[in-house]
Design a protein around this ligand. Structure first.
Ligand code: NAP
Ligand code: MG
Length: 506
């Protein structure tokens, strides 16, 4: 393939984002102790819509003093038992009512998410909001169906192993699935009785603020859930370093994840769990199934959510015998994905989250050129005249194993193609990064599927599919993709509880 083609752009609606925002439930104050209040400092920061670069809200900027107030509210709520001492059935009922309210407002929440972070509104509805609902209902239902244990000790003693909530849980979350990923933490933590203080990313506070208000409408007692928007180095660090926060659950970059380990070490040794990035391979063996199906899964696997997905399949590691045909099909599939206004329901690729991230992604593309990779499609910003931050689906071939594009997470719509001749080489390439979040293997041979799955170092391995997911299964990674208890699945509830052993002499 020698020519560089480009993706046809959809049309951009003329309705400016500030006008769209006027029709949506935009909340701009901190949510602390069951109500909205401005930041102690009185400061605010602008939220810019990625679709056209227009300011849609001025959000209260939480800082150390606000985190202190929120943690104090969460602590009071925990200590007086207004939530943790409820019958689990009542916690279940509250969380189910909250899910019903989110469902009632699903369209507004999806539009708000799309406006705030630039993701296609259809995906916001079909993925972010739908999974948020599933998550709330899953953990709500688990709240009153979890049993503790009696240990098999001898007859002279009786020992129980019980689970207790940790107390005040801090959560610091990213902007790529703002509400959904926050709720992956909020739902299990609240289901088992904790109180929480959540700091959304500065790029994406709007849906979580509205969610907190809906939680109050559902009957969640004041102080149990607090939302403090603000910046990482101030509000985020304050939560990480707080002496009265019992655990900190984080999703974001490895760079910031490390800081939370330091914060815990410098303060009260709070429990820390980290869900970090990835550079996930799609490993296509010589006997992979139908090329068209694989190509579509590869294109969607990397370009969904503009590539702003921690588990994006950002490397295609393909056997040489299948390479030309597959890469051609992937490029064609990429070019068919409709790029355009996130608020257009037909859009598949929306805008990147902010101008700074656009520059970062273009920097990765520049580095790929410098390192000798060969551009097959995309490669640049489009629709700049809208004021928004759009980058075309981009595919590079001949990406050397040690090069920056093979190793560094782009978190944008860029696919790196790497080729192998024998299986060991393919597996070494697939495993050859510091990360280990997701990986796929494509093969028609059952025993290869099993053997290769075992050898892939990743928290999730997909066989002949990509990005299958469900709230019932845990999600997290190997290596520098994080540790400390995965999100999702029943086991996530353990992450928000202490284990207590009680001995009783008989
Ligand atoms: P990020 O820069 O690490 O930010 C994540 C959160 O940390 C934000 O709320 C951020 O606040 C806060 N933060 C930033 N600097 C901080 C500091 N010095 N102290 C305390 N908190 C700080 O990540 P992002 O750019 O939002 O998201 C992209 C990254 O997240 C990617 O690496 C991606 O792979 C990873 N991610 C992983 C998963 C997973 O489940 N494994 C899921 C989604 C994303 P501000 O932004 O407001 O400053
Ligand atoms: Mg950030």
């Amino acid at each position: 393939m020698s020519t560089v083609a480009s993706t046809p752009a959809g049309t951009i609606s003329r309705t400016p984002s500030d006008e769209v925002a006027a029709g949506l439930p935009v909340r701009t104050d901190l949510w602390v102790d069951g109500g909205f209040r401005p930041a102690v400092s009185g400061r605010r920061f602008d939220r810019v819509a990625p679709r056209d670069g227009r300011v849609v809200a001025a959000v209260a900027e939480g800082d150390v003093a606000d985190v202190d107030l929120a943690v104090a509210a969460a602590r009071r709520a925990f200590e007086d038992g207004r939530w943790c001492d409820l019958h689990p059935r009542e916690r279940r009922a509250t969380l189910l009512r909250l899910a019903d309210l989110v469902e009632r407002d699903a369209d507004d929440l999806a539009r708000l998410e799309s406006l705030d972070v630039g993701k296609p509104v259809s995906h916001a509805k079909a993925v972010d909001i739908r999974v948020t609902l599933q998550t709330l209902r899953f953990y709500a239902e688990a709240a009153d169906k979890s049993y503790d244990a009696v240990a098999p000790t001898g007859p002279a003693v009786h020992a129980t192993i019980t689970r207790e909530p940790l107390g005040v849980v801090g959560a610091v979350v990213p902007w790529n699935f703002p509400l959904m990923m926050a709720v992956w933490k909020i739902a299990p933590a609240l289901a088992v009785g904790n109180s929480m203080v959540v700091k959304p990313a500065e790029q994406s506070p709007l849906t979580l603020l509205r969610f907190a208000e809906l939680a109050a409408e559902a009957g969640l007692p004041d102080g149990v859930l607090n939302v403090v928007p603000g910046f990482g180095p101030t509000a985020g660090a304050a939560l990480g370093r707080h002496m009265d926060v019992d655990a900190l659950t984080f999703t974001g970059s490895g760079q910031v994840g490390r800081l939370f380990l330091n914060y815990a070490a410098e303060s009260n040794i709070k429990e820390v769990s980290l869900e970090l990035g990835g550079k996930s391979p799609q490993l296509v063996l010589a006997d992979a199934p139908d090329t068209a199906a694989v190509a579509k899964a590869v294109a969607v696997g990397v370009f969904f959510n503009q590539g702003e997905v921690c588990s994006a399949g950002s490397r295609l590691v393909v056997h040489r015998s299948r390479k030309d045909e597959l890469v051609e099909a992937v490029v064609a599939a990429s070019q068919r994905l409709r790029l355009g206004d996130p608020l257009d329901p037909k859009t598949f690729v929306g805008a990147l989250v902010e101008a700074e991230h656009l520059e970062r992604v273009l920097g990765h593309i520049g580095a790929a050129h410098e390192d000798g990779a060969r551009l097959l499609t995309g490669g640049g910003q489009v629709l700049a005249e809208t004021g928004g931050y759009y980058v075309e689906p981009t595919v590079f071939d001949d990406v050397a194993a040690g090069s920056r594009l093979a190793q560094q997470e782009v978190f944008g719509p860029v696919l790196a193609v790497q080729t192998f001749d024998d299986l060991d080489e393919g597996i070494a390439l697939a495993n050859g990064t510091d990360y280990g979040l997701g990986a796929s293997v494509w093969t028609k041979d059952l025993s290869s599927a099993h053997r290769v799955s075992r050898r892939l170092r990743a928290g999730t391995v997909w066989v002949n599919c990509y990005d299958e997911s469900d709230i019932t299964v845990p999600f997290g990674g190997y290596g520098q993709s994080g540790f400390g208890g995965h999100d999702k699945g029943l086991a996530a509830m353990d992450k928000y509880t202490h284990t207590k052993t009680t001995w009783m002499a008989l």
